[in-house]
Ligand binder design. Sequence first.
Ligand code: KIV
Ligand code: ZN
Length: 513
Amino acid sequence: MKESLIIFDTTLRDGEQSPGASMTQEEKVRIAKQLERLRVDVIEAGFAAASPGDFAAVQAVAQAIKESTVCSLARANEKDIAAAGEAIAPAERKRIHTFIATSPIHMEKKLRMSPDQVLEQAVKAIGWARRYTDDVEFSAEDAGRSEIDFLCRIFEAVIDAGATTINVPDTVGYALPHQFGERIRTLIERIPNSDKVIWSVHCHNDLGLAVANSLAAVLAGARQVECTINGLGERAGNAALEEIVMAVRTRQDVFPCDTRIDTRQIVPASKLVSQITGFPVQPNKAIVGANAFAHESGIHQDGVLKHRETYEIMRAEEVGWATNKIVLGKHSGRNAFKTRLAELGITFDSEEQLNQAFARFKELADKKHEIFDEDLIALMSDEGVSGGHEVERYRLVSSCFHSETGETPKARLVIAIDGEEHTVENEGSGPVDAAFKAIEKLVQSNAELLLYSVNAITQGSDAQGEVTVRLSKEGRIVNGQGADTDIIVASVKAYLNALNKLLANRARISPQV
Ligand code: KIV
Ligand code: ZN
């Protein structure tokens, strides 16, 4: 029997710290459910003390998740730890992850604390956390640049105090694989009670080495890796979950451990996170990039046709790439629709919700004869059906766009605000610009448009366009999504979706991690 490698996903916490990647509570729950389908061991749902919104999101994830452990981050102080403990209370399995910086530069310049004070605070923090759960993780922030003697001292003390996982973060992405592996090996060898805990690593990607450093640590004895879907995270991001999992799975000849991840859920998870955050996945990204399994050169294609393993070390299906098979069409019934969505992990709270979703599916099937899984997922997220209960103050009722060579493009929209319909018109440099200006004329949000991106969900010119609109107002950033076979309509839906999210006002204190 191989040892277990624990996968700790921090997409909802460190991932959300990517500028512009903020997610609503509903979106976090949706991602958490997909992470559970992926069978990640631990979901770091957020930083409960950062704001009331973050607290509520951690709590909502704790309520929704049954299989994975739900974790909240907390600084090593009593207030943060109490917020974390209360937020995760509803979870079946719960963890508190408390941290304090241990590098000379962080202790002296940021915390203004001596190493002894830091050690004392860390030990107290473990005691506070153990009031709420027996599963307590301790992180020495900036461990990659901390003195090894001090790390040995503080880790030994927190293990004695009751920490059950010790995390060694390379917070600034400074480590090199051979050094980082050596650091983990030394810690495990030198600390007398090191066998009482799971050793974990959390690597940032500033030098593009997050995955390499994490894998070097696993070879040196780490048995938990902290990572994110698509490598999302602070600055250059964290180690990418899909790369860690597939490296370990593919190179079982080298690794003494394996994960319990259902790898077929990797691509759906990647797409969901990309769609919700508006962060596109680069085509040549390992495992989840659109070209990750595409063979362009004739020699490669010939090789793959003759014997797949000549150029492929993994199978596309194994990581969840669908063969784009048509799943439903306009003649499909309500039951087939419901069953396929259940297979994709989307369920309905009521018959009425199912009926509404089915009606929208029929509308789509009239426009687009072949409906793929990706279309269904977009349809459901577009309408916020899959568990979403966002306030829908603004709703598109109908639209008319005019675009002709030599003429100024125009948009006329009918928008319902709190159920009351308003008609508004505007011109613009193109129909999308005209539509956005028309919306602003009506709602006067004065939000700043930070990002507008369009993606085709499937292939072919009848594909649905999926639009992300990122708006910023008073320091708050939200991503709106919209999908439609008409990309201008999709754009309007995405803009209104972002405005609806801005309304769900959620002040967010910078977590200072
Ligand atoms: O990068 C880091 O050090 C962190 C810790 C809080 C684990 O995110
Ligand atoms: Zn981090």
